[in-house]
Design a protein around this ligand. Structure first.
Ligand SMILES: Nc1ncnc2c1ncn2[C@@H]1O[C@H](COP(=O)(O)OP(=O)(O)OP(=O)(O)O)[C@@H](O)[C@H]1O
Ligand SMILES: [Mg+2]
Length: 646
């Protein structure tokens, strides 16, 4: 068995090696020019290469047709970059800004001389985003370079200044930058100054191989050394060559290896300011100092940095840092504030791990709701739960009406939202903890809520923050989950739930319309004309607290709403109008309340009830994603909390 596996794998190795065997280009300037003539984008600059690679995956515009666009982005068109969309969620606004930066920079605008700074709270996805951007470079394929050049420089640098104007006219390509000290030295010593003889080859971007990607980790101030950025003079070679001979240079700093691609500054403002000065020349002059006494070295690359808000505020407050501040384009990367999208983040992270267990319905939803609630700023216009739902694009029904709160107003009221609160990592740890505590290899909304409460108590030190979070877990979400669960169990109880809802809807509409127009309703069985059924109408309306004279308006509103929809050729069903939908749901919930109370208590079931109960459990399993254990757990929870015998 293992032999065949190995044999199979060896075959794969062989194939892989063969694909790698394709001949690498190795030639001179003449051959390179012929390639460039055919493909003008070959000597492309770093920002443009990156931009083009990312958009080569396509762009989807979320426009009027998309519900997320209407409800969440104020109807403004949002570009979604496909390269990011299957891995990053609820981050469209930040991504759009990042791409706007790259776009301007790719046209050699001012942005090409600026640092892109991602600013956001812990675990908001900054590092993941930068990794993904680096991945785009890696897949962008090969690029040409001077053979043996430690900074992989563009072969067109060989062309002397005096010929460049002519070159630009001929090819329509502007050449930026000059030979690095090492290549200049080699040109003179190895090729006698004949730049047409200098060898040119190709290579490809590699994060791990440090080709075109340089990373600068935050440095301890005591060991901070600019060689990390710009390389050094190799002491072992100083014996071989005279002082200031370029051959003694080791150009292996981040700006050297990141030439042509990306230089990333991790936690950038943890570094001392002196250390960052290279950033200024690299952006503004597109030059970095060389170690020793050599001339400045041309640099073409995208500089990406990230940090959190505390470090940024500290850095910003020192006026001596102005020179750097002026060269920074800041993009906030807040936490996701749409819980539907937040759920997708957890799903992504869970799929990546070896995690194998049953996740009961609504488990991740409750965790995501908690995360979002903790991140929202309090509003004067809506309570936290309502605000959370509006941010998720949901319709809020209040006293029989759709609550009119403009998402735009909520956003304006809370500037810079999502820069604090519970992080994605915090939630993932709670998920792990809930699983570790489970004896049945599952997590449920109940166990995740317990794990979150425990973790908040253990880890949030600030008293106020802790209280703030606990109130969401112990009250808001406890109630919210019960209401979700009650509806779900009702659906499982009521056979043919959809049909029943639809029939209530049709009846309601017929009678309400007759009431509004002062006409009669035709009985479907006897074909007799009859008066609108007032008790029936009221039994629906009272479900959402509509009483007395408010009923007239409600009935008129619904009739005209549905009529308008039909006139536009749109179809209507029981879900079409939020308030009525809620009333119908509540009515159905109420209709099974008694049976729910009796049947979910194992002690009091008789044979007939037992049958009904089993059918309900089976529906939960077949149609709603539970397994036997999780169904049992949530039903027990419901019977203890929802239908307590009073
Ligand atoms: N909006 C999001 N969409 C998809 N994944 C996300 C999102 N936000 C966070 N993540 C995921 O959460 C994890 C943590 O994010 P990451 O390490 O990138 O955060 P960070 O902002 O760099 O935090 P820190 O400041 O602590 O370094 C990553 O695996 C990332 O993929
Ligand atoms: Mg990070």
């Amino acid at each position: 068995m293992s032999k065949t596996k190995t044999n199979k794998f060896l075959e794969n190795i062989k194939k892989h090696r063969e694909t790698k065997k394709t001949e690498k280009f190795y030639g001179n300037l003449e051959e390179y020019l012929r390639i460039v003539e055919k493909e003008k984008d070959i000597p492309i600059l770093a920002h443009k290469r990156l931009f083009q690679q990312i958009i080569s995956h396509g762009i989807t515009v979320l426009d009027e047709g998309n519900p997320r666009c209407n409800k969440l982005f104020d109807g403004e068109k949002v570009k979604v970059y496909n390269y990011f969309s299957d891995q990053f969620f609820g981050m469209e606004r930040s991504l759009q800004k990042v791409m706007r930066f790259l776009h301007s920079a790719s046209m050699r605008g001012e942005e090409s001389r600026q640092v892109l700074l991602l600013l956001g709270p812990v675990g908001a996805g900054k590092s993941a985003l930068i990794e993904h951007v680096k991945g785009a470079l890696e897949e962008s394929g090969k690029f040409y370079k001077l053979a043996g050049c430690p900074i992989n420089e563009e072969p067109l640098h060989l062309i002397p200044r005096s010929l460049r104007e002519n070159f630009e006219k001929t090819y329509g390509i502007r050449i930026e930058g000059d030979l690095c000290p090492i290549c200049r030295h080699r040109l003179l010593s190895d090729h006698d100054g004949d730049y047409t003889a200098f060898p040119i080859t190709e290579t490809s971007f590699s994060v791990r191989g440090r080709v075109g990607v340089g990373v600068v980790p935050p440095m301890d101030p005591n060991t901070q050394d600019t060689s990390l950025l710009i390389g050094s003079e190799d002491i072992s070679k100083l014996d071989l060559y005279p002082e200031d001979d370029p051959r003694a240079l080791s150009l292996n700093g981040a700006f050297n290896v990141g030439n042509r691609g990306i230089v990333e500054f991790v936690e950038v403002f943890k570094n001392e300011i002196e250390f960052l000065h290279t950033m200024i020349t690299a952006t503004q002059e597109k030059n970095v100092p060389s170690p020793g006494k050599q001339a400045m070295i041309y640099f073409d690359g995208v500089i990406l940095a990230h940090c959190n808000e505390a470090e940024w505020n500290k850095f910003k407050s020192e006026h001596t840092n102005e020179a750097i501040l002026d060269r920074i384009v800041r993009v906030n990367v807040p936490y996701c504030l749409e819980y539907d999208q937040e759920i997708k983040i957890y799903e992504k992270l869970i799929n990546r791990s070896d995690f194998e267990c049953h996740i009961a319905p609504h488990t991740l939803e409750i965790a995501a709701m908690f995360a979002v609630l903790s991140r929202l700023k309090p509003s004067n216009k809506a309570d936290p739960l309502t605000k959370m739902k509006i941010y998720n694009g949901e319709e809020i029904v209040e006293k029989g009406n759709i609550k009119k709160v403009d998402i735009k107003d909520l956003r304006e009221e809370a500037e810079d939202e999502g820069m604090s609160g519970i992080s994605t990592r915090f939630i993932m740890k709670a998920i792990d903890a809930a699983l570790a505590d489970s004896t049945k290899n599952m997590i449920t909304p109940i166990s995740i809520r317990e794990a979150l409460i425990k973790q908040v108590k253990e880890q949030i030190v600030n008293q106020d923050d802790r209280k703030y979070c606990l109130q969401f877990l112990q009250k808001t979400l406890h109630e919210e989950y019960l209401s979700i669960l009650e509806k779900e169990i009702t659906k499982a109880f009521v056979t043919a739930y959809e049909e029943q809802a639809e029939s209530l809807f049709n009846n309601y509409l017929d009678h309400a319309e007759a009431y509004v127009n002062n006409t009669k309703v035709k009985d479907t069985v006897t074909s007799e004309d009859m008066e609108p059924d007032e008790p029936f109408l009221a039994s629906i309306e009272e479900q959402i607290g509509i009483k007395g004279s408010a009923k007239n308006n409600f009935r008129a509103d619904i009739s005209s709403y549905m009529f308008a929809k039909l006139r536009r050729g749109e179809s209507i069903d029981w879900r079409s109008y939020g308030p009525l939908r809620e009333a119908i749901e509540n009515k159905l919930v109420a209709s099974v309340k008694d049976i729910s109370r009796i049947v979910t208590k194992s002690k009091s079931r008789d044979v007939k009830q037992q049958k009904k109960f089993s059918a309900m459990v089976q529906t939960l399993i077949d149609n709603y994603g539970y397994n036997g254990d999780s169904a049992e757990e949530v039903i027990k929870f419901a019977s203890n909390n929802l239908w307590r015998d009073s």
